[in-house]
Design a protein around this ligand. Structure first.
Ligand code: UD1
Length: 429
């Protein structure tokens, strides 16, 4: 298994191109199941999760091609992907695949809407809490699906097709919103989804569905109203830039000090996190190319943050913020409200010398003067990158084991950081 070795200490200087968002790319790829025409996605990041989903969709009959980059194209300017689901050849998504990536569970809604049936394994993904799928199943049931659970599989049927309904989610769920939205666009009549996730990736998918002929109102709000249509057509859609990658590199620069332009970033999608960073003393400037992040010298002020659904502070940046605050000038309080058990990075950060105390869903992070390099283990996607940030500021050498988690969600991370002066390299197994 690959490892990453980082020699910490230096500032980051230069430009980092921000890739297309993983969390938009995955549901956009899945949306291709809704039409027999070709869906073309641009700015697709080259990530392990994208490759895995491509294989899963291939099983269902999606013909998928990726046009490579043209010579001279910037790295980070993603690939163009063509997906054509002319015929659905298999409505089963097997355990071997779904257990490796939670988002692949979202094929359930589109398969059910188009084929009237689907059999999808219960999901896997990052080991961050129980992550049930009750909201997905309740939502699809409101659209008329008959659902049974058997041997770890969801068997769903809608022999006469899905019909519109009113769904009020008791809790905000990105995945359940994707699943129900993608089913509702082909259901007969009107569907109203209340307390829908407002994450920009949900809006990106909704906008792509509209290009494909779907009728959706309220995009970007917590109430989505959908008028079902008989069929959808193809479309061309660029994936929006990754706000989590943007926030991650902003925190990396805030941690090491330096001056970096996050090229192609969309700061408007990340206001809550950027407010936290500027409150802590990081200099942020929105430019016509993206976001410039500068920090010189002084230690950062501590923060008091709770994770929340969008537009609040994203849970996907919680681990990175903790790594950053490990060297702040005082004690930070970071509360995780979305996932239980999303603190597995704490013990690894402690190996580097961080002073973090856990009290239930809250971490109290007391800034220390110095972190020291050590051997650490990547436990999930966002936790892994928090270790990269800590490794970049730690004195001496940090080796991160099990980096395959990083490859699931961060495109060319070593290269992007090396180009800005970091000493980071992959050690092949
Ligand atoms: C998505 C993101 C993930 C992000 C998360 C929250 C993708 C590929 N993944 O994950 O990066 O951290 O949103 O912003 O986009 N829940 C239930 N029942 C359900 C579904 C969810 O109780 O049926 C709970 C979960 O356990 C969790 C909360 O709802 O506590 C939010 O989960 P959800 O928004 O569904 O996360 P994902 O869609 O899995």
């Amino acid at each position: 298994m690959d490892r990453i070795r980082i020699t910490g200490g230096g500032p980051l200087e230069g430009t980092i191109p921000i890739s297309g968002a993983k969390n938009a790319t995955l549901p956009l790829m899945i949306a291709s199941l809704l039409t027999s025409d070709t869906l073309t996605l641009k700015n697709v990041p080259n990530l392990a999760d994208v490759g895995l989903l491509a294989r899963i969709l291939g099983n269902h009959g999606v013909d998928l091609t990726i046009a490579g980059k043209r010579p001279g194209q910037r790295s980070g300017e993603g690939d163009t992907m063509h997906l054509t689901a002319r015929d659905i050849v298999d409505t089963t998504a097997p355990y071997e695949m779904v257990s490796r990536m939670r988002a692949s569970f979202w094929v359930l809604g589109p398969l059910l809407a188009r084929e009237g049936q689907a059999c999808v394994s219960l999901p896997g993904g990052c080991a961050i809490g129980t992550r049930p799928v009750d909201l997905h199943l309740e939502g699809l049931t409101k659209l008329g699906a008959q659902i049974e659970l058997e041997s770890g599989y969801v068997h769903a049927k809608a022999p006469k097709g899905l019909a519109g309904g009113r769904i009020t989610f008791p809790k905000v769920s990105v995945g359940a919103t994707h699943n129900v939205l993608m089913a509702a666009v082909l259901a007969k009549g009107e569907t109203v989804i209340e307390n829908a996730a407002r994450e920009p990736e949900v809006s990106d998918v909704a906008q792509c569905l509209v290009k494909m002929g779907a009728k959706i109102e309220g995009i970007g709000t917590s109430t989505l109203t959908i008028q079902g249509v008989d069929e959808l057509s193809g479309a061309v859609h660029p994936v929006l830039p990754d706000r989590i990658e943007t926030g991650t590199y902003a925190m990396a620069v805030a941690a090491t000090g330096g001056d970096v332009l996050l090229d192609n970033a969309r700061p408007d999608l990340l206001e809550s996190a950027l407010d936290v960073l500027s409150g802590a003393g990081v200099e942020l400037t929105v430019t016509n190319r993206g976001l410039r992040v500068v920090r010189n010298g002084a230690r950062l002020a501590p923060v008091d943050v709770e994770t929340e659904p969008f537009p609040g502070f994203p849970t996907d940046l919680q681990a990175q913020l903790m790594a950053l605050m490990a060297r702040a000038d005082g004690q930070s309080r970071i509360r995780e409200t979305i996932f239980e058990n999303r603190f597995m990075h704490v013990q690894e950060l402690a190996r580097l010398g961080a002073d973090i105390e856990l009290e239930g869903d809250t971490a109290l992070v007391t800034g220390v003067n110095t972190l020291h390099g050590a051997q650490v283990m990547a436990t999930d996607l966002r936790a892994s990158v928090s270790l990269v940030i800590a490794g970049l500021v730690a004195e001496g050498e940090t080796v991160i084991n099990r980096v395959y988690h990083l490859d699931r969600g961060f495109e060319q991370i070593e290269q992007k950081l090396t180009n800005c002066g970091a000493q980071i390299e992959r050690l092949a197994a």
